[in-house]
Design a protein around this ligand. Structure first.
Ligand code: NAP
Length: 290
């Protein structure tokens, strides 16, 4: 068996088309604006920022970048986030990670206005996911589940294994699968026998950041596998390449597999745009549509 390769770009663009229609309707009253707050700045986050700006322009969302110096202290960062939140023109806010080491990202994220938290990282938004009432859901977790639904993978009654239990990827993804009546197992660094769990799984979500962690022989033949990991590894020719958490032989065992790059990544960007529209509707007292 060779896994069906998921086209994340296509799934992302379909979602973006629905978002663009919504943005056009909302913009008749006032523009939808996403503000990214970046501290210091290195090459890697500049690549993400450029990607966000491009994605916003595809769907008609106005994008603004606030760059703070790398020497900014926690209180100054939080004061800036509060100032951005109080600007009625700003619909959504992203705090670009990673932050310089002297800053506490979780503490800063907790000071965001939850109604403008388009990454879904504020404790109130994560709490709503736990209650089955997520609106601004964490983008990557939402993207992983959206891919399974777009690919019409049956989730009700499915044995689902989530590998990785981080607060903004693994845990919310597990809760979202639970909401769809999958039987969910969460594996993590304390799991004694990862393969034993994976071999029972109809659906696997892996979000760890360890290349080769999930091998073909660990999978149930035909399983639907969403590889969320992003790892930069040597390409064998003196350069580097990006791979996920699945070993190359996973494709021979799985029934469906998301590639890295080109799988979860583009859908995560589309989810950020979807959340920005949802945030705009929330702020205008309208129910979420897309
Ligand atoms: P994270 O906060 O580092 O979490 C990784 C999780 O994996 C932790 O729960 C960790 O447990 C667990 N873990 C570590 N070693 C393990 C092992 N051998 N077996 C099972 N679990 C293990 O990372 P994250 O933010 O969740 O991101 C996970 C991966 O997804 C990263 O590669 C990241 O780059 C990628 N990612 C991709 C996107 C995208 O758009 N495609 C977006 C976000 C993240 P402990 O904490 O207990 O050690």
């Amino acid at each position: 068996m060779t896994a069906r390769k998921v086209d994340g770009k296509k799934i992302g663009r379909t979602l973006e088309a629905a978002v663009a229609a919504e943005v056009a309707a909302l913009s008749k009253d006032a523009a939808v604006q996403l503000t990214a707050v970046s501290v210091g700045g290195d090459g890697a986050s500049d690549v993400y920022l450029a990607g966000q700006e491009k994605a916003c322009s595809r769907v008609g969302i106005r994008f603004k970048l606030d760059r703070l110096p790398g020497t900014v202290i926690q209180q100054e960062l939080e004061a800036h986030l509060a100032e951005v939140a109080s600007d009625p023109r700003v619909t959504g806010i992203i705090l670009q990670l990673p932050l310089p080491k002297h800053l506490d990202a979780r503490r800063a994220q907790a000071t965001l206005d939850p109604r403008k938290d388009v990454e879904g990282v504020h404790p109130a938004n994560l709490g709503r996911v736990a209650g089955g009432r997520g609106v601004l859901e964490p983008c990557t977790a939402a993207a992983a589940v959206h891919i399974l639904e777009a690919e019409q993978v049956a989730l009700r009654g499915a044995e689902a294994v989530v590998v990785g239990h981080s607060e903004i990827v693994g845990k919310p993804a597990a809760l979202m699968l639970l909401d769809r009546l999958a039987t969910v197992t969460v594996c993590h660094i304390g799991t004694r026998d990862l393969a034993a769990h994976l071999r029972r799984a109809d659906v696997v979500l892996v979000a760890v950041g360890k290349p080769g962690l999930v091998r073909g022989d660990m999978l149930r033949p035909g399983a639907a596998v969403v590889d969320i990991g992003i790892n930069v590894v040597p390409d064998g020719a003196g350069g580097t390449k990006v791979v996920g958490d699945c070993a190359p032989d996973a494709a021979a065992a799985a029934g469906l597999l998301t590639p890295v790059p080109g799988g979860v990544g583009p859908v995560t960007v589309a989810m950020l745009l979807r959340n920005t529209v949802r945030a705009a509707r929330l702020q205008r007292g309208l129910p979420a549509t897309v």
